[in-house]
Design a protein around this ligand. Structure first.
Ligand code: FE2
Ligand code: FE2
Length: 270
């Protein structure tokens, strides 16, 4: 099957089966820009909801169903990542070798997101929660309309959302370790390892594409108007994990010291 067809099917297909379809043996076809849909396809069992629910408080995570709820949030982020990556593969044109090369990176990340979604769901089910049992928010998806180029996509997806996810993963790994929840810890370890690679893919391409000047300045210019670099940080800030993803210390310094009104310490969830 052609990559653009598979990506379109993930994006517009309404069932979890289409989102999680096998992506081995795809042909990297050439195509022009395709239109971004207003929303990804989603049937009633997994549709977006405006009802906001709160991420469970740390103390409440001793209760299994609350841990299931926490994993429900994480799984939703994975599904949104699957759809946004499919949108990037389908909508941005493939005109040459370089386009195909960066799309190979996105495709490999997308496959990991499918794996993460499955792992979170399996664990969540063991804890008595099914995907779709709670409202699903669309915050990440709503940013997609602002990402007009692969450059902007990598700046927001890899160097912002996935980068923050590194901190969140470390943070929740500690919590689940305290809870002696080995099964969830295993899932978080897998996710963290993969996400380091995903951040690194975005970092690599933005370094290739950046004009003279710092990666930081280039990154700032590429971010959508309402998203600040604070979104690239979690409740904790790990330099080490960013170094593992290949970020240079000048970029990490800028990010670490960056401050604005978006109070990271007040974040209860990611
Ligand atoms: Fe993921
Ligand atoms: Fe990722």
């Amino acid at each position: 099957m052609k990559l653009s067809i598979a990506a379109k099917d993930i994006l517009l297909g309404t069932s979890l089966d289409s989102k999680l379809q096998n992506l081995d043996k795809l042909e990297f076809d050439l195509h022009e820009q395709n239109p971004l849909p207003l929303n990804p396809g989603r049937d009633a069992t997994i549709s977006f909801s405006d009802n906001q629910i709160k991420f469970p408080k740390k103390k409440s995570l001793k209760v299994e169903s609350n841990r299931g709820l926490a994993l429900h949030f994480f799984a939703n982020h994975e599904l949104l990542a699957i759809e946004m990556m499919a949108a990037a593969l389908y909508c941005y044109p493939s005109r040459n070798e370089e386009d195909i090369k960066f799309k190979k990176g996105i495709l490999s990340a997308l496959k990991d997101e499918q794996k993460h979604f499955r792992l979170y769901c399996e664990r969540m089910n063991q804890l008595g929660v099914g995907f779709g049992d709670f409202p699903l928010n669309d915050f990440f998806w709503r940013q997609m309309i602002h990402l007009k180029s692969p450059q902007e996509f990598f700046a927001l997806m890899s160097l912002t959302f996935e980068m923050a996810n590194l901190d969140f993963c470390i943070h929740y790994k500690e919590i689940f370790e305290e809870l002696d929840d080995e099964e969830t810890l295993k899932v978080l370890n897998t996710v963290l390892e993969d996400e380091i690679t995903h951040v690194s893919i975005g970092r690599y391409w933005l370094e290739q594409w950046k004009p003279n000047g710092s990666l930081w300045d280039y990154y700032r210019k590429l971010l959508p108007e309402k998203i600040t670099p604070s979104r690239a940080k979690g409740m904790i800030f790990s330099r080490e994990i960013r170094e593992k993803a290949g970020l240079e210390s000048a970029f990490i310094d800028e990010l670490e010291s960056y401050k604005d009104d978006f109070k990271i310490t007040n974040r209860k969830e990611w």
